[in-house]
Design a protein around this ligand. Structure first.
Ligand code: BEZ
Length: 204
């Protein structure tokens, strides 16, 4: 049996959960909730993952797999039809780059959230926050202008990662109104968010 150390709010965990739904593997994983912050590790799995990050996937042999990209690839390989999420051939590199773009959005959006939620307002840096958001805005513009053809194709890990990243922007950065000026991406997300796997895994 596999154990997934998780938190409901984590968009990285959501990627794993959506993949488990899409590949019919939910009943192969035991869920173990972890709580903590960058300031207080709490029950984050520091004993098996030195970075203390979630998701961490603990195998029956005690080996811990992380981060979400490694876990998703591992779980896709275990599913009979999981390979469709990482198609062979030239399309694989696009899938991985799309996933990296979505992951990059999260790697900026999550620390921004911590800056705003954990630091006293007097110690926050508005200039840093704006510079960080500009990375997200550029990435969203790239999705809108260059990636819509790919997003319209068969479901893949890049689409799952993109859906989870946009869901997190709605959850924690709603005030930024990411849909403004990006109608194609907004339409795509409305359709993707209606998938049962996405509806079952929203942040809380
Ligand atoms: C959040 O609450 O925004 C969050 C929680 C866990 C991981 C990443 C983000």
């Amino acid at each position: 049996m596999l154990t997934l150390h998780y938190s409901h709010a984590s968009p990285y965990v959501r990627k794993v959960l959506v993949l488990l739904h899409e590949t019919g593997q939910l009943d192969t994983v035991t869920m173990k909730q972890a709580t903590g912050t960058p300031l207080e590790p709490g029950s984050l799995p520091v004993g098996i993952n030195p970075l203390g990050k979630i998701p961490t996937l603990e195998r029956a042999d005690g080996c811990a797999l992380y981060d979400s990209r490694v876990i998703c690839r591992y779980l896709a390989e275990r599913a009979p039809d999981g390979q469709r999420l990482y198609p062979d051939g030239a399309r694989l590199w696009e899938v991985l780059t799309l996933e990296a773009t979505a992951e990059g959005i999260l790697d900026v959006a999550v620390p921004m959230r911590y800056e705003m939620a954990l630091r006293p307002a007097s110690q926050q840096s508005p200039a840093w926050l704006e510079a960080q958001w500009s990375k997200i805005a550029r990435s969203l513009d790239a999705l809108e202008s260059r990636w819509m053809g790919h997003l319209a194709g068969p479901v893949c890990m890049g689409q799952i990662a993109t859906g989870c990243a946009l869901g997190y922007l709605d959850f924690r950065h709603d005030a930024r109104q990411w849909r403004d000026g990006r109608p194609a991406l907004a339409d795509w997300f409305a359709r993707f968010a209606a998938r049962p796997s996405m509806k079952a895994t929203g942040p809380s």
